[in-house]
Design a protein around this ligand. Structure first.
Ligand code: FES
Length: 512
């Protein structure tokens, strides 16, 4: 098996007849806010020469399923996972007529002797890992999927030894960057905490998978818009080199940092570096490189941003109806959100507050527990579903605030799944199942006290272990949520997450 790194989360794997591309992304994403770092434009002239046989996409986010990039390889069949939402399929169809193959979880599909199958995250709503088998070689392309350690063990049980594990090492979030309520020091501390959580998850996954080679990838992106340029230095976005150094200190071996065009021969475990890069360093002084990159992409960026004019009054009036529909989409989600949420247009000052407790919409923002402020130019695109809320949030061209300072995950899910009841239903079903299922328990000790706790996280079901407990807190590696064992196991990140069922016990595990 030969793997070529295409930049960001893109991989090209050679088959007998040509190449299969995985999540190819060659330009701006999220309304030209994100760009691959470093640039992978050098690969474009040879893209067609590789004889692209199929494209495999993991999920709908723009840096993985990118319409402009798909258009560069017209007519090539695309293989995607089945999700409750039709969004990914529609996106692919929007990139030109072609065969689209949708695969249910774990269902295998063969292209030129290469077998692929998808393993979705436990909620089955958003992200999927891709398992690739060719001859005796196995690649586990986890990209952004946060699979549980049990799922990773199940993959190994199916395919045996894994040769190459490729996985995301850099966060992708708008928190804390888009929250003006934080001081610079507070924001940096949050970003560092998120980075540590991400690295911790990556280290655990590497241990369980025990692949011969690990390719850290799928980030960081870079931000070339002058309004976003400073985010390039946010601590949440470590480079692959920084991740490799950290992983080396944890004892991980076989970690390979790849640059666009680099090739990896899986059997001989040798890298053929692309000569273009010379002594380029991802973590060196990036400013000069990014400034030049931004100049090169300026015209393209302007053209993309020009597609989003500020709307007329009619569109703004439609927003109220949209919010009414949104607030009535799921009683379960409305109950979990449980607060007033404000939406404010920064250029016109118009505002709407949706009351997810009592129902109704008002024009006064007071008593909102969460608020979002953005330019009206994004409104028309959201109402016509040209972009989703996740596209706007990930573009970082938005400001948010919250009081109390706790993540309202159900609000963010409702926005990200707006118009898509099936995805909301999938999350609701999983949460209800996790809350009601009889679970294994374990005893853990912290600060001299023993507790009996479930062996599975109430959030998305990741396996928990005694080593995750410190200072009275249990931190789940899945998404980094922390549960306070002294305060009834409540989740300190988000009140809408069910608490961990905690009971104080004697050392032998007897109830007190
Ligand atoms: S599974 Fe998400 S924090 Fe535990």
């Amino acid at each position: 098996m030969n793997i070529q790194f295409l930049g960001h989360a893109g991989l090209g794997v050679g088959t007998r007849e040509g190449t299969v591309l995985f999540d190819p992304w060659f330009g701006g994403a999220f309304q030209a806010a994100w760009w691959p770092y470093p640039s992978n434009q050098l690969l474009l002239p040879s893209l067609g020469e590789a004889g692209v046989r199929a494209i495999v996409l993991s999920h709908a986010h723009d840096d993985h399923a990118n319409v402009e990039s798909l258009k560069m390889v017209p007519g090539v069949p695309v293989v995607i996972p089945t999700y409750p939402s039709s969004r990914l399929r529609e996106k692919v169809m929007g990139a030109g007529s072609r065969k689209v193959v949708e695969l249910r979880p774990w269902k295998e599909y063969t292209i030129d002797g290469m077998t692929v199958f998808f393993v979705p995250e436990s909620s089955a709503a958003h992200d999927s890992a891709i398992v690739v088998r060719l001859g005796s070689c196995v690649l586990l392309n986890m990209n952004d999927a946060r699979l549980s350690m049990r799922q990773l063990q199940s993959i190994k049980a199916r395919v045996g030894e894994i040769d190459v594990l490729a996985l995301q090492i850099s966060g992708a979030s708008w928190h804390p960057m888009c929250y003006p309520q934080y001081s610079a020091e507070e924001a940096e501390a949050i970003s560092l905490r998120k980075r540590a959580t991400k690295f911790g998850f990556v280290a655990d996954a590497i241990k369980v998978v025990s692949a011969k080679t690990v390719i850290p990838f799928a980030g960081p992106p870079c931000f070339l818009d002058p309004d976003l340029f400073d985010f390039n230095w946010d601590k949440m976005f470590p480079t692959q080199e920084e991740a490799a150094v950290w992983l080396g200190k944890q004892g991980a071996s076989g970690v390979e940092v790849m640059l666009p065009g680099d090739k990896w021969d899986v059997l001989s475990r040798t890298k053929q570096a692309h000569p273009f890069w010379g002594d380029f360093s991802l973590s060196g002084d990036r400013r000069w490189y990014l400034e030049e990159y931004a100049r090169d992409c300026q015209t393209r960026m302007k053209e993309v941003l020009g597609r989003y004019p500020r709307p007329n009054q009619n569109v703004r009036d439609s927003f109220q109806k949209y919010l009414e529909k949104l607030s009535g989409m799921s009683p379960y989600f409305s109950g979990k959100i449980g607060m007033r949420v404000g939406f404010e247009l920064e250029d016109t000052g118009e505002a709407w507050a949706v009351d997810f407790c009592a129902g109704g919409i008002s024009k006064a923002l007071k008593d909102c527990g969460y608020w979002l402020r953005f330019d009206s130019k994004w409104l028309g695109a959201i109402l016509t579903e040209r972009i989703g809320w996740d596209d706007l949030l990930l573009s970082l061209r938005i400001q948010l605030g919250r009081d109390p300072d706790a993540y309202n995950e159900h609000l963010i899910h409702l926005l990200m799944c707006a118009g898509d009841r099936a995805s909301l239903q999938a999350i609701e079903s999983l949460e209800k199942k996790l809350a009601s299922s009889a679970r294994e328990t374990m005893c853990v000790q912290t600060n001299g006290v023993w507790y009996r706790v479930p062996a599975q996280c109430p959030h998305r079901g990741h396996a928990l272990g005694p080593h995750m407990v410190e200072g009275g807190m249990l931190t789940c590696p899945g998404h980094g949520y922390r549960f306070d064992l002294k305060r009834d196991g409540r989740c300190v990140n988000t009140p809408s997450c069910a608490a961990l069922q905690v009971a104080e016990v004697q050392e032998a595990g007897e109830e007190i």
